[in-house]
Design a protein around this ligand. Structure first.
Ligand SMILES: [Cu+2]
Length: 664
């Protein structure tokens, strides 16, 4: 699913990779005079490295004009490219295959990289080097395995030294979709890893070619390459079949141009035998019978041992150092495709559950997009059966506008933020059916109510969590009155912060017990963290700090304006439905009277006047404010940052701000 800018980039990249691969494959098999194994090497490398593979092909290998391949590929840097391609094509295929299998099996990351190394090494050695090259190198399969071992070991070490840090740091970085082979970003990491591995492996391959330990690029015309065209006109032309070449070669003087040879060996070639596959020697240059010693390596044993040691240290550093900063004990299943907010601190001991807790809401889970002007806190009408008021709540993931053009991906009750208002009367028997359509389990807690313990809601304490698709019925008789609210009590750190809360107002049986005003308005507070189009549960920790703040699901200037007339009173019911901060809520234009706290009406002599009240998470304050003067009077949080939208002000503020518009 395309949810981050990198996803769009990768679509474009892989489209280019497909086109590049198609071209290289077509050109290799149609035109380029090269052994089959190198044709496949270039095709695979272009598949993995996209336009970079294409670049290397046209710069180092593609025959520039008919018959010119032998000369064209001679420079050592091109031979180094050929040698690296030959190694990396095999190694990368083994690594990518192993990475996919280990991810699907759900193995931990530390085991993944070890299996990937072994798979890459064995695939490169046993299949790509020894099997596919056998026809060129001559000798028995096991002889080739033995000769290829050291070059393959050295090359694979450097390849993995480059690729492992990319895989480890990016797969377990912010966007852990990268651990999942069903996600495009996994393949993006593989491609980048192969590319980096290639360039790290290049210098040592260059050295091995120079030392005649490894083959570079080769030219092969006729027999070995399936589609190489045969030139019928000129025997002296380089383009001809292997059979023809061998026949004709007998007539050639020593040192004459040969049609089938290893470029690095050409200068040494003395006999027609050098045109044969037998001349393609690897390893330490043991000449095969019928061949000659022109592939004899001039590397010394101390050189070889030291280079092998250094590359092994590079491998160890590449695998161990990145592991110090990510949790290598986790598997793709543990992290669940989490995308972590920017700046969140993750260490080698951060548990998978913590990552899932902090992760962005997955856009693919969104079941509904609310219209931009949709409002939450809608009064929920009950059905009444045998005197019981029955309410239905359903949780789901929706997209919700908090400002024009700013949307959050939220967990909601009944597709709104805040959840619908439940309003009953003291003494009512209520039954609330909760259906869970979230991708995770949930429960509902009835904050502040006296009720049977098994109806209280805390997951794993009074009830089993309601699993995705499951239901639970809460039933109790209300014994109190006042301003209450309900909220999720399972993974509360995540779920309440993503929108699972709503007002629960209980009117007293005896109306006279309650301080009254001409009108009332309920204010439910919330903090949001929305960046790069993704919504994370805000948390008071590094990387988790909120950047949007809402009253009843809207940030100023999208918050409500309440119309009043001079002399009228309004009861503001503040609900701390947020879970991070204490918000000092302030009203302009004169003091209010605090008449109730946490649902409890204050005795006359305990009521007090104030113009700011600290609304902490979970707290409720009912205050009555009288409109003394006409004009636009603000209600706002007095932590100034909480009246901004992503650190900007619009129409005089943002976030936790709304207007009481008093007419004369
Ligand atoms: Cu505040």
């Amino acid at each position: 699913m395309l949810i981050r800018p990198i996803d769009y980039f990768l679509v474009a990249w892989f489209a280019l990779a497909a086109l590049s691969t198609a071209y290289v494959a077509y050109d290799q098999f149609k035109n380029n005079p090269e052994p089959l194994v190198m044709k496949w090497g270039f095709v695979l490398i272009t598949l993995y490295m996209g336009p970079l593979g294409l670049l290397m092909y046209v710069m180092a290998d593609k025959e520039p004009s008919e018959g010119a391949h032998e000369e064209f590929i001679k420079p050592l840097w091109k031979q180094g490219i050929g040698s690296t391609i030959h190694c990396v094509a095999g190694d990368a295929t083994g690594i990518i295959f192993a990475a996919t299998i280990t991810a699907l099996l759900g193995l931990p990351m530390w085991l993944d990289v070890i299996i990937e190394y072994l798979a890459g090494f064995l695939f490169g050695l046993l299949i790509f080097q020894s099997l596919f090259m056998k026809s060129m190198m001559g000798g028995s399969y096991f002889e080739n395995v033995r000769k290829s071992f050291m070059p393959e070991f050295i090359s694979m070490n450097t390849m993995m030294a480059g690729m492992a840090p990319i895989m480890i740091l990016l797969m377990m970085g912010r966007d852990m979709r990268a651990m999942d082979p069903t996600e495009l970003v996994f393949w993006g990491v593989m491609s980048l890893g192969v590319a980096i591995g290639f360039f790290v492996a290049y210098p040592v391959n260059l050295w091995m070619v120079a030392k005649k330990m490894k083959h570079g690029l080769m030219t092969e015309r006729g027999g070995g390459s399936r589609m190489a065209p045969a030139d019928k006109n000129a025997p002296e032309n380089a383009v001809r079949s292997a059979v023809q070449a061998r026949e004709n070669a007998k007539l050639l003087p020593q040192g004459a141009p040969m049609t089938m040879d290893h470029a690095a060996m050409q200068e040494d070639s003395k006999t027609t035998e050098s045109m044969d596959h037998a001349a393609m020697k690897d390893g330490n240059g043991d000449a095969k019978e019928g061949g000659h010693g022109d592939m004899r390596s001039d590397v010394t044993t101390p050189q070889l041992a030291t280079v092998a040691l250094i590359t092994f240290l590079m491998l160890a550093a590449g695998m161990v150092l990145p592991s110090l900063s990510v949790n290598m004990s986790l598997s793709v299943r543990d992290v669940g495709g989490s995308i972590i907010p920017p700046g969140m601190i993750m260490t080698y001991d951060t548990p998978g559950a913590a990552m899932r807790d902090m992760a962005a809401v997955k856009p693919r889970d969104i079941a509904y997009t609310a219209p931009p002007d949709a409002k939450g806190d809608a009064l929920l009408q009950p059905r009444i059966e045998n005197g019981v008021k029955i309410f239905d709540l359903e949780t789901s993931v929706i997209r919700w506008s908090i400002l024009p053009g700013v949307q959050v991906d939220a967990y909601t009750f009944n597709q709104q933020i805040p959840g619908p208002r439940i309003r009953v009367t003291e003494g009512d028997r209520v039954r609330i059916n909760v259906k869970n359509r979230l991708p995770e389990s949930t429960t509902v807690h009835w904050h502040g109510l006296i009720l049977p313990n098994e109806m209280d809601g805390p997951a794993q304490i009074t009830q089993a969590p309601i699993q995705p698709g499951g239901t639970f019925t809460y039933e109790f008789t209300t014994e109190q009155s006042g301003t209450y609210f309900y909220h999720s009590h399972d993974h509360i750190d995540r779920q309440q912060g993503l929108g699972l809360y709503g007002a629960l107002i209980i009117d007293p049986k005896e109306k006279t017990k309650e301080p009254v005003a001409d009108t009332e308005y309920t204010i439910q507070l919330q903090e949001w963290l929305q960046r790069e189009g993704l919504t994370y549960p805000s948390m008071p920790m590094e990387g988790g700090m909120p950047n949007y703040f809402t009253i009843n699901g809207k940030a100023y200037p999208a918050t409500d304006t309440v119309k009043l007339k001079v002399g009228q009173t309004i009861k503001l019911r503040f609900i701390g439905s947020n879970s991070n901060f204490i918000h000092p809520m302030h009203v302009h234009g004169g003091p209010f009277t605090v008449v109730a706290r946490d649902g409890e009406v204050l005795a006359e002599q305990a009521r007090f006047k104030a113009d700011t009240v600290n609304v902490g998470p979970g707290q409720r304050y009912d205050v009555i404010w009288k409109a003394l003067r006409p004009g636009k009077w603000l209600v706002h949080c007095h932590i100034a940052h909480h009246t901004t939208n992503n650190n900007t002000e619009e129409k005089g503020g943002g976030g936790l701000m709304m207007i009481l518009d008093v007419a004369p």
